[in-house]
Design a protein around this ligand. Structure first.
Ligand code: SF4
Length: 271
């Protein structure tokens, strides 16, 4: 093959899912796992602290840690004035308290230094890119945490790509295989309509947690299997037999997960 066409071939981009295809996938997943109502919102600084508490732990544990933190200190201003040891004791139920306590103290101190208060509502008035940049200057706040704060707390169309969303996007061909999770944020923001960013986020997370799991994706029960280029890799005669299913012909039609509608990034209330 001539060198020129070899270079051309190397440079050829992998075809990714179209904007319409993504919108359809979001609709199918929302029908399956939703609807997603965002009833409770945390204030942005609280969301930021909750995001730190959620790292590498379950929703239940991070919710418990957040509740304990607020019980102990009452306000985030008081948390910012507390010692690292006091914060560590309060958030112990969430795990990794030794790492998370200094992170919380550091980020709150920096916000106070830059802004004079912990009220971050002003971010809503900024253009999205500027609001993201403001948050990204804070210690330990990467594109995912910034996206969660802006989208979940302030209702701005910022994308937050966690491990589930990243995996599902790769398997569905929404992004190219070589794209990193950090780079995926801007790419997805350009592909998803602003008013659909929230639905995209929560439906893809639910899909990743419940069906398109890291180790054994449940492709035979997947509502978007009809448009998934990875299904062939995972659906084998063996797992069809094991799960007692017939060979799927396209999208799964049975609604098996009614009313789950689990919202991430919001503390769960203990019943
Ligand atoms: S078909 Fe399988 S790999 Fe593809 S999105 Fe569904 S569960 Fe994931």
């Amino acid at each position: 093959m001539p060198a020129k066409s070899q270079t051309k071939q190397r440079k050829r981009r992998v075809r990714t899912m179209s904007v319409d295809g993504i919108a359809e996938a979001v609709e199918l997943m929302t029908r399956e796992y939703g609807p997603f109502e965002q009833e409770r919102r945390l204030d942005p600084a609280d969301e930021m602290v909750f995001t730190i508490l959620s790292q590498h732990t379950s929703d239940t544990n991070s919710s418990r840690a957040y509740a304990r933190l607020m019980e102990r200190f009452g306000t985030l201003e008081a948390v910012a004035e507390g010692t690292i040891t006091e914060i560590e004791e309060a958030i112990a139920p969430g795990g990794l308290a030794k790492i998370k306590a200094p992170r919380i103290k550091e980020v709150l101190t920096k916000v106070l230094e830059l802004n004079g208060s912990l009220d971050l509502a002003f971010l809503r008035e900024m253009p999205l890119a500027q609001a993201k940049a403001w948050l990204r200057q804070l210690p330990g706040i990467g594109p995912k945490s910034a996206g969660i704060v802006l989208n979940f707390s302030l209702g701005m169309p910022a994308m937050a790509v966690d491990t589930h969303i990243y995996r599902v996007c790769q398997r569905l061909g929404v992004i190219e295989p070589a794209v990193t999770a950090d780079k995926a944020h801007d790419i997805l923001e350009a592909k998803v309509a602003p008013e659909e960013v929230f639905n995209f986020h929560v439906s893809f997370i639910n899909h990743g947690r419940q069906v398109c799991k890291a180790q054994r994706p449940l492709c035979l029960e997947c509502v978007v299997s009809g448009v998934c280029p990875s299904r062939k890799k995972f659906i084998t005669a063996k797992n069809i037999k094991e799960e007692g299913k017939s060979v799927p012909t396209g999208n799964a039609t049975a609604r098996r997960r009614t009313g789950t509608g689990q919202l991430p990034h919001v503390p769960q209330q203990e019943g």
